[in-house]
Ligand binder design. Structure first.
Ligand code: ARG
Length: 579
């Protein structure tokens, strides 16, 4: 069953294309849920832009559209307002029919895409031998949500964890560990410390630095012993990443890891590929591509170096090789990168370089750098520890759970220790994720424990609590499934407002899958929960004497609970039965 907003947009679109010489998908872009019930349920504001391009009176155009559109089965009335807005009020019958369908639909009315894409999502991508920081947290949390939403929308998602497991820094790490005979897993436990020590040696002792450089060469040449130590370092880091992912509850698995090292063998071919296309220019001994449109401050063309003068391959080369691989071998239709805004120019240059290659046959691959801003501390400066160090992710997760436990204790002191621990985990991690997901990702956001853990406002605990409340209604109900199959009745404006909101889920999922902006889903869930509370205040459910109306209201409760659960799940957040 097609959802009402989509059907409406289609029908208006058809009318418009019959009346005027324009494509028939224009209406979808102009049909919006009304922001005020005075203006009906939906508003179509296409007449104004049509009027401009056709040089006609917008109200007359609106008039023609309302007459031609075949929407009588869905619309109670249409009113033309202001310069030419068409305010659409739906028929209560149409709303309740759609709700009846949603009540028995696992997917809550959201249809799977008819044109599924293969989407490669490059996210998390921390660096071996270094701590994951809050920037990686953002990438991981937002990326994970995007994977879930795309998957739910019907696309084929291929997660790629492009970890930094290659590069000259491994020379000094390996040399240091080998010299110190410390390469066993236990002693390299704190790789960060090893890294710092190795760096000290590298800077202070020229002979060590020289040996470290030779190690890089040995690593590149697949020297057995060197490779072995490298592998141990990588494995050690991977197990750290894995523990963090599991605590965070993200989808990333070992099999999603395809680090920079994977592309090492492909880099000479890459140089060849661009060289034979005449796209390489030698500059100071390095092989460079000069992507069109990039200049430095002095207006000199900016190079994308893909082979350094010492023969090494920089970050950009690996990214170009990865891009090629993802298109040719993973058959991506769309590739998205979850990396902070500081790498904006890097990705623009890599994408432009790729597009300049004549073999760029699948020109319709959608390449997107999904940027996000910085996490700020209370002082509005990049989030740091009190001592000014980088915030370690494990510590942060621990604190989230700890603070959530305090909130839960206050709210419900009767819970058992096990319950409390489980709930604190769901609420703490949920709050952390939601704070990240609910703000417009491009912007920086201020990290604020109190706000993210508040039981009121646009927070995870608020939504989790709304779910808990509905579940408790069902626990109190005489029968768990007495309402199943009941017909939804729209008897009160609060029911109507809630129903209309429920119908909007498919459009929200579609817009998140397209824009890759999770905050749109957060806002939707928050609005839904708020409307639910208004409904619950005004429309008695268990206290309702009319049996069929009570059943209808329970159906609404059930749909809202399932929508909250599904929506939170798409954000990577768990629900709990009580809190
Ligand atoms: N490892 C990089 C960092 O920590 C992020 C990699 C992002 N992905 C990519 N394909 N470049 O900054």
């Amino acid at each position: 069953m097609t959802d009402i907003p989509t059907t409406l947009a289609d029908r208006f679109g058809r009318a418009i294309s019959l009346l005027f010489d324009v494509g028939d998908n224009v209406a979808g872009a102009f049909l919006r849920p009304s922001t005020n019930e005075k203006f009906g349920d939906y508003q179509l504001n296409v007449a104004m832009s049509l009027a401009k391009s056709l040089n006609q009176n917008p109200r007359q155009i609106a008039e023609q559209i309302t007459q031609a559109a075949d929407v009588d089965d869905l619309c109670e009335k249409m009113e033309i307002a202001g310069p030419g807005f068409i305010n659409v009020t739906l028929k209560a019958d149409a709303i309740s029919q759609q709700l009846d369908h949603i009540a028995s639909d696992d997917r809550l009315g959201v249809r799977s895409s008819e044109h599924p894409d293969t989407v490669v999502v490059d996210y998390s991508s921390p660096n071996v031998a270094k701590q994951m920081h809050v920037g990686h947290l953002r990438s991981t949390v937002i990326g994970d949500c995007i994977c879930r939403v795309l998957n739910f929308a019907g696309h084929k998602v291929n997660r790629q964890n492009h970890i930094g497991d290659w590069g000259t820094q491994f020379g000094m790490l390996i040399e240091y560990l080998d010299g110190a005979e410390q390469a066993d897993a236990q002693q390299i436990g704190d790789l960060e410390a090893v890294y710092r020590e190795a760096k000290k040696h590298f800077d202070a002792a020229p002979d060590f630095a020289e040996r470290a450089r030779l190690r890089v060469v040995a690593l590149q040449a697949n020297d057995l012993e060197t490779r072995e130590i490298w592998q141990r370092i990588v494995d050690q880091s991977k197990s750290h990443f894995k523990a963090t992912y599991s605590r965070l509850g993200v989808l990333l698995a070992d099999t999603d890891i395809r680090g920079e090292s994977f592309y090492n063998d492909r880099l000479p071919q890459l140089v060849e590929l661009f060289g034979s296309a005449g796209l390489l220019v030698e500059s100071h001994g390095a092989q460079c591509i000069f992507p069109e449109g990039f200049y430095d401050r002095d207006d000199k063309p900016l190079p994308l170096i893909i082979r350094k003068s010492d023969g090494g391959f920089p970050y950009a080369a690996t990214d170009l090789a990865a891009l090629w691989f993802r298109i040719q071998e993973l058959h991506a239709d769309r590739i998205v990168y979850l990396v902070d805004t500081r790498q904006k120019q890097h990705f623009e240059m890599v994408f432009t370089a790729l597009r300049s290659h004549p073999q760029w046959v699948k020109a319709d691959v959608r390449l997107e750098h999904v940027m996000f801003g910085t996490v700020l501390g209370p002082d509005r400066k990049p989030f740091k520890t009190r001592e000014g160090g980088i915030v370690k992710l494990d510590k942060l997760l621990e604190e989230a759970e700890h603070r959530a436990a305090e909130v839960i204790d206050k709210k419900n002191p009767q819970l058992s220790v096990e319950e409390r621990t489980e709930i604190a985990h769901a609420v703490g991690i949920g709050a952390l994720k939601y704070a990240d997901l609910s703000s417009d990702r491009i912007k920086d956001y201020v990290f604020d424990w109190q706000r993210m853990l508040a039981l009121n406002g646009n927070t995870a605990p608020y939504l989790q609590n709304a779910y808990v409340r509905i579940r408790s209604i069902f626990r109190k109900a005489a029968s768990q499934d007495g309402h199943v199959g009941a017909v939804v009745q729209i008897s009160h404006p609060a029911e109507r407002a809630l129903g209309i909101k429920i119908l909007q889920l498919p459009a929200v999922i579609e817009s998140v899958a397209d824009s890759l902006e999770p905050h749109r889903l957060c806002t939707y869930l928050y609005d839904l929960a708020s409307l639910f509370h208004q409904f619950y205040e005004k429309c008695p459910v268990l206290g309702c004497n009319d049996e069929s109306l009570q059943a209808s209201r329970l159906v609404l409760c059930d749909i809202v609970a399932r929508t909250l659960k599904r929506g939170l799940n798409l954000l990577g957040i768990e629900v709990v039965e009580r809190m």
